[in-house]
Design a protein around this ligand. Structure first.
Ligand code: KG4
Ligand code: ZN
Length: 361
């Protein structure tokens, strides 16, 4: 079955055709990053306008490059949340219209679940039944959560960020350091070859009282707002030097130290979960492109003697192959439910988390 996937939840306009839930026939991603760069982050109104302009061509290209033609498309799939409301609306409206126009069924999928599924995209030998139960760290510009995957569609939320997402921490840090947007790749590049122990940033842990409200274990949760403030105060007390060479050196050390603090804040809850479960661990989402994060997660898995199964680099950041793949694997809303689906910005809460603890009790 060939599924045409459409993804417009944030600032990537994407379409892809995926056969049988994992063979990628085409994968087109138009990144709007350059348009949002002057603002240091994604501007929702600008994002939806760019989606409107770019989506028709992106879809056409995905179908053309797939080689199966319009008649070879068996289903249309689209993200309906979580994400930016006005961005989601563009993809959802396009997918509904398209499905009616080509007379094919529609599937509406959850963006976080698509990221979870992305570790199977383009990877012919990796099977969920061979690695489940396993942990998945989803780290992107909008989300940071640690999930226990028991099977396809059976997920337990173990922990999540209580303030900023990891990608936001990278983006805001890069902006403070004058490194531009998107911040993750900029910080990683600036940090290369520099001493990560140059400056010790706080490894803040979520406060117990906050976790009590969410019902999550604080040791499995994430917090980045203190880190961002620490960088802000550091720069206030130690302004960057004017001399270009000395300045580049200082920014490099700051970037490496800041990156290390984010990576540690991400890996520490994974380590706590690993001590408890001792199962394979995967990572997905834009921030999972970070080499230092991959290195430390691989090391963690190695120490516990379990496999590390990250998403392939081309499917880490937002893309439509993961959307088409997930729909092809049979997940998501279908039939009337898909056509009735509304753009749902806060979809993650409660929609896909299948509470294993509740079921056991
Ligand atoms: O998954 P994604 O494309 O979009 C969302 O769903 O948010 O993730 C985008 C985020 C941005 O915050 C970007 O700075 C971050 O991923 N990112 C990275 C790297 N590449 C992208 N963060 C750290 N290191 C990278 N190499
Ligand atoms: Zn995403």
């Amino acid at each position: 079955m060939n599924v045409l996937g459409i993804e417009t939840s944030c600032d990537e306009t994407a379409a892809a055709v995926v056969a049988d839930g994992r063979d990628v026939l085409s994968n087109v991603v138009y990144s709007q990053a350059i348009k949002h760069a002057p603002f240091g982050g994604v501007v929702p109104e600008l994002a939806s306008r760019c989606h409107l302009e770019a989506l028709p061509d992106v879809i056409e290209r995905a179908v053309r490059e797939s080689g199966v033609g319009w008649e070879g498309i068996d289903r249309v799939a689209v993200t309906y949340g979580p994400g930016l409301a006005t961005s989601l609306l563009v993809g959802l409206a396009a997918a509904k219209g398209l499905a009616i126009r080509i007379n094919r069924p529609l599937t509406a999928v959850n963006h976080i679940e698509a990221h979870i599924y992305s570790i199977f995209i383009g990877c012919k030998t990796r099977r969920i039944e061979n690695i489940a139960p396993y942990l998945c760290l989803v780290v992107s510009g909008g989300h940071t959560c640690l999930i226990l995957i028991e099977a396809l569609g059976k997920y337990q939320l173990l922990g999540q960020t209580l303030d900023d997402a990891a990608g936001e921490a990278f983006d805001k840090g890069a902006s403070l350091l004058g490194l531009g947007y998107p911040g993750g790749p900029a910080i990683e590049t600036a940090a290369a070859g520099h001493d990560a122990s140059g400056i010790t940033f706080p490894r803040s842990r979520p406060r117990k009282e906050i976790c009590r409200i969410t019902g999550l274990n604080p040791r499995l949760c994430f917090s980045f707002s203190g880190l961002k403030t620490a960088l802000l105060y550091h720069l206030r007390d130690n302004p960057l030097p004017d001399d270009p060479q000395y300045r580049a050196e200082t920014v490099g050390i700051l970037a490496a130290s800041y990156q290390e603090a984010i990576v540690d804040a991400l890996v520490s809850p994974c380590e706590t979960a690993m001590e408890r479960f001792r199962i394979p661990i995967s990572v997905a989402g834009g921030v999972s492109l970070n080499r230092r994060l991959r290195e430390k997660l691989a090391d963690l898995a190695g120490r516990f003697g379990v496999p590390f199964t990250p998403a392939a680099p081309e499917f880490c950041a937002d893309n439509a192959a993961m959307v088409a793949g997930l729909a092809g694997a049979g997940r998501g809303l279908t039939g009337e439910d898909a056509f009735g689906a509304d753009a749902t910005p806060d979809l993650e809460t409660g929609e896909i988390w299948y509470n294993l603890a509740q079921e056991a009790s």
